[in-house]
Design a protein around this ligand. Structure first.
Ligand SMILES: [Mn+2]
Length: 358
């Protein structure tokens, strides 16, 4: 029995080309269910052959998805050439995410065939990956539970005088201790004026009273990411900080309540943006409202002004508006939700009222 993912890919091939080579790690994992640093998955109209080196070949035999034939990679160039010549392949597609040098390498191995990087293949895979299975959604939700243990733990750890790097280290330590395989990305802990930089890198800045602290962090579990951002205040915020915080929160809640299957992603972005613009901060919401999350931390669908996607049941997306006042402070609040027919299931349970660290 062929796995559903491979079957859909074969169907795509039947309508488009003779064979595809899946080479990027995230897509290899998606189609094979097996994580490895190297490997070449070749899929034709009726076969899925996974070339793996000696480090992975043995384990792959037990763990790859149904219908995939693991083959020990001895001399890939010869093995691949033979397979394609036997097939009589003329057109071979690769993902456009591969490097130019890899494209050239496969092109020279398959001399005489048309070997091209295909945006259509990428679009097909991105759409497939954007709709999560029940198992994938459960895994992402479990990763999010670990992420939130990190948040609970960090709240009793933060003190004025600590550096952003200390906050980052502790957050990651708590997530790892609670079962994370890794962090999904480099943790952001941005205090004071650094909170106004959306992708700040934690440094030696020491938190002081009156600072916002933006923390964007996440656990990875079994190959899947989670994602979350909270902004807390060290000591008492001033009136404008409270206004900005509540504006971001309102934008986030409004956008969340607009999420459902059939809604345009651009419309969700507009809901958040309108709340922020109405409060006078439209120019300071400088990124998109959200993104899909899965094997990659940023994947389809993008929740932005320019997105042409319509949300589908099973999409897992973030809703994370922010306001960034350069040289002063910034606020971002991010939840991760699974799109349902009538709305969404919010995987993020942590409180969103402004938390003051006394
Ligand atoms: Mn995010």
């Amino acid at each position: 029995m062929l796995s559903e993912r491979i079957r859909k890919l074969m169907n795509f091939i039947t309508h488009s080309t003779d064979a595809v080579i899946i080479y990027t790690p995230a897509n290899r994992f998606y189609f094979t269910g097996f994580m490895s640093s190297d490997g070449v998955l070749v899929v034709t109209k009726n076969r899925a052959v996974y070339f793996l080196d000696g480090r992975y070949y043995g384990a792959a035999a037990e763990h790859v998805a149904d219908g995939i034939e693991p083959v020990l990679m001895t001399k890939l160039s010869e093995q691949l050439k033979h397979m394609m010549y036997d097939l009589g392949a003329e057109n071979v597609m690769l993902e456009s995410g591969i490097t130019v040098s890899d494209l050239e390498r496969f092109g020279s191995i398959l001399d005489g065939m048309s070997v091209s990087a295909s945006p259509q293949l990428d679009a097909f895979i991105a759409s497939a990956r954007a709709v999560k299975s029940k198992e994938e959604a459960e895994c992402i939700e479990r990763a999010q539970r670990i992420t939130e243990k990190g948040f609970e733990g960090i709240l009793s750890f933060i003190r004025p005088g600590m550096t952003e790097k200390e906050i980052k280290a502790e957050l990651e330590y708590i997530m790892m201790k609670n079962g994370a395989d890794a962090t999904a990305f480099e943790t952001i802990a941005a205090g004071g004026i650094n909170s106004a930089v959306p992708h700040a890198v934690p440094g030696d800045y020491r938190l002081k009273d009156g600072d916002f602290l933006v923390m964007d962090f996440a656990a990875r579990l079994n190959g899947y990411d989670s994602d979350m951002t909270r902004t807390v205040c060290i000591g008492q915020p001033d009136d404008e900080m409270v206004k900005v915080y509540n504006t971001v929160l309102e934008a986030q809640m409004e956008a969340l309540s607009a999420v459902k299957a059939g809604a345009a992603a651009s419309e969700i972005d507009a809901v958040a943006r309108d709340v922020i613009s109405a409060a006078g901060y439209g120019d300071y919401f400088t990124h998109s409202t959200g993104h899909g999350v899965g094997i990659d931390i940023h994947e389809a669908p993008t929740v932005s002004r320019l997105s042409e996607k319509v949300l589908e049941e099973g999409n897992i997306i973030t809703i994370e508006p922010g306001i960034y006042l350069a040289g002063r402070f910034g606020v971002r609040i991010e939840d991760m939700v699974c799109v349902t027919r009538s709305g969404c299931k919010n995987f993020t349970k942590a409180d969103k009222e402004l938390i003051i660290i006394a």
